[in-house]
Design a binder for this molecule. Structure first.
Ligand SMILES: NC(=O)c1ccc[n+]([C@@H]2O[C@H](COP(=O)([O-])OP(=O)(O)OC[C@H]3O[C@@H](n4cnc5c(N)ncnc54)[C@H](O)[C@@H]3O)[C@@H](O)[C@H]2O)c1
Length: 269
C-alpha cells in the first residue's frame, strides 16, 4: 500500500480514461481527490462513484482564471495540495505539418502544453504555501506526456510537438524545484496505446474490438494498455515510494519505443 492518507490531489482530465482511473486509485490509497475536467456530468459521476473525500470541479486547463479558482477552492475545501496530475489532453486529430491549421495547432498546445504549464505554475505556488503534510512527504507533480513526446510521428504533428514540450517542461520544473529547495518532485509519464475514449474516432471507423486488436498488435507486448496501467505509474510517482525520483520519464508503452525492428518493418506482432 502506498500511503496517501491525509494527502490532497488534483487530477486534470479526471472525468474519463486515464484521469478517471487515476482518481479512483489515488482515492483508494487514501488521498482526497479533486476530479477536474470540462466534462461536468462525467466528472461529477466519477467523483460521486468514488464518494468520501472526492469532489468534482470544473477546470479548463487552458484558462489561467480557472486554475486560480480551482486551486483557491481546493485550499479552502481541503486546506492543502500535495499531488497534481496534469493529465488533461486532446489528440487534435491526424494533421501533418502540411495539413495542420494554425487554429488546430493553437488549440492542441493550449490544452496539452499551456494547461501543464499553468498547472505547474499554480500547483507549485499552492504546495509551497501549504507545505508537506507529513514529515516524510513531499509534493509531487506528474505530467502525462506520451510516446509521441519521445519519438516523432508524421501524422499528429501538433500533438507530438506539444507532448515533446511537456517532457522537457517537466525537467525544467524538476530542476527549478530542486534548486530552490522546494519539497516538490516533478516527473513525466509516456504511455503507449491505452484503451480510452481518446480513440473514439478510430473505434467508430473500425469497431472497438477490431481497433483495439489492430493497435494492440503494434505493441511488442501484444495488446493495448488499460487506463489502470497508467494509474499505477502515477501512483508510484505521486507517492513517497519514488522519493529519489525527479525530472525523470517513466515509459509505459508495452515496449513500443524500446526497439526499432517492428517499426522498420511496420509489421504487427
Ligand atoms: N490513450 C492513450 O493511448 C494515450 C497515450 C499517450 C498519452 N495519452 C495522454 O493521456 C491523457 C489522458 O487521455 P485519455 O487517453 O485518458 O483520453 P480521454 O479522452 O479519455 O481523457 C481526456 C480528458 O481530458 C479532458 N479535457 C480535454 N480538454 C480539457 C481541458 N481544456 N480542460 C480540462 N480537461 C480537458 C477531457 O474532457 C477528458 O475527460 C492525455 O493527455 C493524452 O494525451 C493517452
Amino acid at each position: 500500500m502506498a500511503d496517501l492518507d491525509n494527502l490532497v490531489a488534483i487530477v486534470t482530465g479526471g472525468a474519463s480514461g486515464i484521469g478517471a482511473a487515476t482518481c479512483r486509485l489515488l482515492a483508494r490509497e487514501g488521498a482526497a481527490v479533486v476530479v477536474a475536467d470540462v466534462q461536468d456530468d462525467l466528472g461529477a459521476k466519477v467523483a460521486n462513484e468514488i464518494g468520501g473525500m472526492a469532489v468534482f470541479r470544473r477546470l479548463d486547463v487552458a484558462s489561467e482564471a480557472d486554475w486560480r479558482r480551482v486551486i483557491d477552492d481546493t485550499l479552502r475545501h481541503f486546506g492543502r495540495l500535495d499531488i497534481l496530475v496534469n493529465n488533461a489532453g486532446v489528440s487534435g486529430g491526424q494533421g501533418s505539418v502540411e495539413t495542420t491549421t494554425v487554429e488546430n495547432w493553437e488549440h492542441v498546445h493550449a490544452v496539452n502544453l499551456d494547461g501543464v504549464f499553468l498547472g505547474c505554475k499554480y500547483g507549485i505556488e499552492a504546495m509551497k504555501r501549504t507545505g508537506p503534510a507529513k514529515a516524510a512527504s513531499k509534493g509531487a507533480i506528474v505530467n502525462i506526456s506520451s510516446i509521441a513526446g519521445l519519438v516523432g510521428a508524421a501524422g499528429p504533428c501538433a500533438y507530438t510537438a506539444s507532448k515533446g514540450a511537456v517532457r522537457l517542461l517537466t525537467k525544467s520544473v524538476a530542476q527549478q524545484c530542486a534548486e530552490k529547495g522546494y519539497a516538490i518532485r516533478c516527473n513525466s509519464i509516456h504511455p503507449g496505446g491505452i484503451d480510452t475514449p481518446i480513440f473514439n474516432p478510430l473505434w467508430q471507423m473500425m469497431g472497438h474490438e477490431q481497433g483495439k486488436a489492430f493497435i494492440g498488435a503494434r505493441h511488442p507486448i501484444g495488446h493495448m494498455g488499460e487506463p489502470e496501467d497508467i494509474a499505477e505509474a502515477v501512483l508510484y510517482l505521486a507517492s513517497d515510494r519514488s522519493r529519489f525520483v525527479t525530472g525523470s520519464e517513466l515509459v509505459a508503452d508495452g515496449g513500443i519505443t524500446s526497439g526499432i525492428q517492428r517499426r522498420m518493418l511496420n509489421a504487427p506482432r
